[in-house]
Design a protein around this ligand. Structure first.
Ligand SMILES: C[S@@+](CC[C@H](N)C(=O)[O-])C[C@H]1O[C@@H](n2cnc3c(N)ncnc32)[C@H](O)[C@@H]1O
Ligand SMILES: O=C(O)C(=O)C[C@]1(C(=O)O)C=C[C@@H](O)C=C1
Length: 242
């Protein structure tokens, strides 16, 4: 198969931190599909949510866009006048390839791809903001300010889609759901070595919160209407409506 993820297949002598570099960008579509249960369902649903929530003369943001899977789905589902999609990622390897993917297909709505830290950008006049498995990589101390900025940048009735890996307070269910995720990876062809090496590479880089912590943060930022709309094992997606 073209661009199969084998990054952790051979023993790594000195495990560094996971980063979204050229090597990861090259295999990313295969990696995320085989690693995140429900990923394709969530991408399709982002299209449906876009069709329902996008408003004329507003912006739609995809924060931590990687190769633009969500961006493309958003663009396929909006043709309203005056809409603009802003796709942001701080990995230049991702942003360069995202631009190529977007150029390969035609769309009615313009897309601006930006290489920037999502904690530093302005969010304005947004009817939809997508954080699809991105917040978990933002330092914990910066998450509240980012969610607050998104809330303030949304128009009334605007929506944030927040997909994350979750941690659970109950040790028993936490362990079961984590093991089921590993079963999912095994079923998708990852070896024990690949699973354990990737887990240590991600340890200090990706720090999941519980569903409740995410809900509380959204509510503290001002969102009144917050719901988990999808969950598969320890991965899920929420909507927060202004
Ligand atoms: C798991 S991937 C997101 C997948 C993508 N949203 C999708 O649906 O295919 C996380 C992405 O977030 C980006 N990222 C992490 N922290 C970021 C930050 N502070 N600013 C911008 N991008 C960030 C990474 O470079 C990476 O491409
Ligand atoms: O938790 C894991 O084992 C993962 O591989 C998850 C995850 C993610 O949720 O973003 C981590 C890094 C890659 O971007 C793809 C998937």
């Amino acid at each position: 198969m073209k661009n199969k993820d084998t990054l952790f297949a051979a023993p790594v002598a000195q495990m560094g931190n996971f980063s979204f570099d050229e090597n990861v960008a090259e295999v990313f579509p295969d990696m995320i599909k085989r690693s995140v249960p429900g990923y394709s369902n969530i991408i399709s649903a982002i299209g449906m949510i876009t069709a329902r929530f996008a408003k004329e003369n507003t912006r739609l943001y995809d924060l931590g866009c990687s190769l633009g899977a969500a961006t493309l789905e958003m663009r396929r589902n909006v043709s309203l006048a005056g809409c603009e999609i802003i796709a942001v990622d701080n990995s230049s390897a991702m942003v360069e390839r995202c631009q190529l993917h977007l150029d390969a297909y035609k769309g009615e709505v313009p897309v601006k791809v930006q290489c920037a830290d999502i904690c530093d950008i302005k969010i304005e006049n947004a009817s939809l903001v997508v954080l699809n498995f991105t917040l978990q990589f933002v330092p914990k101390a910066e998450r509240h300010a980012l969610i607050k900025k998104i809330y303030q940048g949304l128009v009334p009735g605007g929506v944030l889609v927040l997909s994350e890996k979750f941690h659970f307070d109950n040790d028993v269910t936490h362990n079961v759901l984590f093991e089921l995720h590993h079963d999912f990876k095994r079923a998708n062809g990852y070896s024990e070595l690949e699973i354990s090496q990737k887990r240590s590479a991600l340890e200090d880089v990706m720090v999941p919160d519980t569903v409740e912590q995410n809900k509380q943060r959204l509510q503290q930022a001002g969102f009144e209407h917050v719901e988990l709309w999808f969950q598969c094992f320890n991965f899920g997606s929420m909507v927060a409506i202004k």
